[in-house]
Design a protein around this ligand. Structure first.
Ligand code: HEM
Length: 518
């Protein structure tokens, strides 16, 4: 017999009374535990997501800034099965690069970057973790350190050679863009390999091919089950490119080993360049990295590691510095009053009877302001790419694990909430008390990034930038060719991974100093 009936109870209301609070509790708990929504963004199609609307322009700094106007400072897109989030405001950049940087410090990968970085055997493409930390220490404490005087010497020597080349072309149009690319290529080539040799051209070709392949579109990066589909013969091209690099660097490494052995008869000779430095960590087996501050005992590098790190140095250090030097000269030629003020400062600090030396740089306040303003308007890496290692929540939205996070540093350095008249080149804004600094704590001004993945080559890059611009402005007066007025100078930028000038800067130098330059 039914127990309720036997006790004279009405079964239904009692059951409801018992279950209802439980249901209510469950609803509250599950609501509390439910993940917030994804950030707003353009609606996509099944399987391909937003791929159809993403052309080459959309994923550039300007394309993403346009989308941000419609969808907000943090918006979401989907490329195949890959979540992508783009960030445009300093506040959200701070969340991602500082407050929650333990979650946002991985790097997204692609078939090309995995293959060309020897399966992420480097610093720039490695995920955040113990291996990355030791690579970072190796770069910061050894390869890019101020203590490696040879790298800084190569900046000075190569700037001097460039000044001589300009002086011997006085009165004629000089392609400044090409001149400066040669300068930064020579600086980094010498810092990495010790000397400029006849193989530089071969290396340049390899780098150019890598550059193309890094940005090549590959459908299986977004829809993995289409991995067999290779319409552009990418697999072949990747294998060829890596083979050329293998041949090139194997020979350089062998030459260095031989040279070191010749110098003192043992394998521990003098360290001249980055390859010598890395050879002190060389072990021919597996990559072997333990976490410790004693680098020498905790890192063993393979040849693949060394090759991948050399590519980081080349990609990190050549085009970035060349691009910002060229933009600085273009902005100053276009802004004659600022140029005059810098040259006046150079005359006072350095004098017209000698060239700039390292000790002068600290005193060149207005020149430094102009370089900061150039970094604000033309960051060489306009968007940086991070990835999440697990699910995160930012500004009330969900960011799934393995999301590609694009930080549009170009756009946030033009945010009108932080900058007066943000589109105008105005170096004097950095003279004001409390003007932001680029070391990574003012999120409206982060040309070198911020936090764990920020640029480890910043000091070397800044040294090259300051030395080159100071020498070119102190040594010469500059005029545009064919009677072009400064206001007519084309300032458009190319679309791509780096925000270079679309049209190379060409100008005519005339000597400014009383001492000989050539
Ligand atoms: C004006 C010059 C330079 C600028 C503006 C610049 C800017 C940057 C930026 C924005 C990042 C990415 C930060 C992020 O992902 O959040 C970066 C990373 C990096 N840069 Fe630079 N850079 C410059 C020069 C250099 C130089 C000279 C080198 C090496 C010789 C270098 C090597 C690297 C490397 C290896 C990384 C990857 C770091 C990592 O993933 O942990 N950079 N740089």
């Amino acid at each position: 017999m039914n127990i309720y009936l036997s006790q004279g109870l009405d079964p239904l209301p009692t059951t409801i009374l018992f279950i209802l609070p439980l249901l209510f509790l469950y609803a509250i708990v599950s609501r509390l535990r439910r993940k917030p929504p994804l950030p707003p963004g353009p609606k996509g199609l099944p399987i391909i997501g937003n791929m159809l609307t993403m052309d080459q322009f959309t994923l550039t700094n300007r394309g993403l800034a346009n989308l941000a106007k419609k969808y907000g400072d943090m918006f979401h897109m989907k490329m195949g099965s890959v979540h992508m989030v783009a960030i445009t405001s300093p506040e959200i950049a701070k969340q991602v690069l500082q407050v929650q940087d333990n979650v946002f410090s991985d790097r997204p990968t692609s078939k090309a970057t995995r293959y060309l970085s020897y399966n992420r055997a480097d610093l720039a493409f490695a995920d955040y973790g113990p291996f990355w930390r030791q690579m970072r220490k190796l770069c910061v404490m050894r390869l890019f350190s101020r203590k490696r005087a040879e790298s800084w010497n190569s900046v000075r020597d190569e700037v001097e050679s460039m000044v001589k080349a300009v002086a011997s072309n006085a009165g004629k149009p000089v392609n400044i863009g090409e001149l400066i690319f040669t300068l930064t290529m020579n600086i980094i080539y010498r810092a990495a390999f010790g000397s400029i040799n006849e193989r530089k051209e071969e290396f340049l070709e390899i780098i150019q091919e890598f550059n193309k392949l890094f940005v090549s579109f590959n459908i299986s990066d977004f829809i993995p089950w289409l991995g067999w589909f290779d319409p552009n013969d990418l697999n072949n091209k990747l294998a060829k490119a890596r083979d050329s690099l293998d041949k090139f660097i194997d020979k350089i490494i062998d030459d260095h080993v031989q040279k070191r052995t010749k110098i003192d008869g043992s394998d521990g000779g003098t360290i001249h360049d980055m390859v010598d430095e890395m050879l002190t960590f060389y072990g021919d087996d597996e990559v072997n990295v333990k976490e410790s501050d004693d680098l020498q005992s905790s890192i063993k590098l393979t040849k693949d590691n060394m090759k991948a790190i050399i590519m980081d140095v080349m990609f990190g250090g050549v085009e970035t510095v060349a691009s910002i030097i060229e933009w600085a000269l273009a902005e100053l030629i276009k802004s004659p009053d600022d140029l005059k003020r810098i040259q006046q400062e150079l005359t006072e600090v350095v004098g017209l009877n000698r060239q700039v030396e390292e000790a002068h740089l600290e005193k060149l306040t207005f020149l430094k302001c102009a370089l900061k303003e150039t970094l604000r308007l033309h960051p060489p890496i306009p968007v940086t790419h991070h990835a999440t290692c697990k699910h995160a929540e930012v500004a009330g939205y969900s960011i799934p694990a393995k999301t590609r996070v694009i930080i549009n540093i170009w756009a946030l350095m033009r945010d009108p909430n932080y900058w007066d008249d943000p589109e105008t080149f105005r170096p004097s804004r950095f003279l004001k008390d409390g003007a932001p600094d680029f070391r990574g704590n003012n999120f409206e001004f982060i040309p070198f990034g911020s936090g764990r993945r920020s640029c480890p080559g910043m000091n070397l890059g800044l040294y090259g930038l300051e030395m080159a611009v100071a020498h070119l402005l102190h040594g010469f007066q500059w005029e545009l060719p064919d009677g072009m007025k400064p206001s007519e100078l084309d300032m458009s930028e190319s679309f791509g991974l780096t925000a270079q000038r679309a049209i190379r800067l060409v100008a005519i130098p005339s000597p400014r100093l009383e001492c000989p330059l050539a």
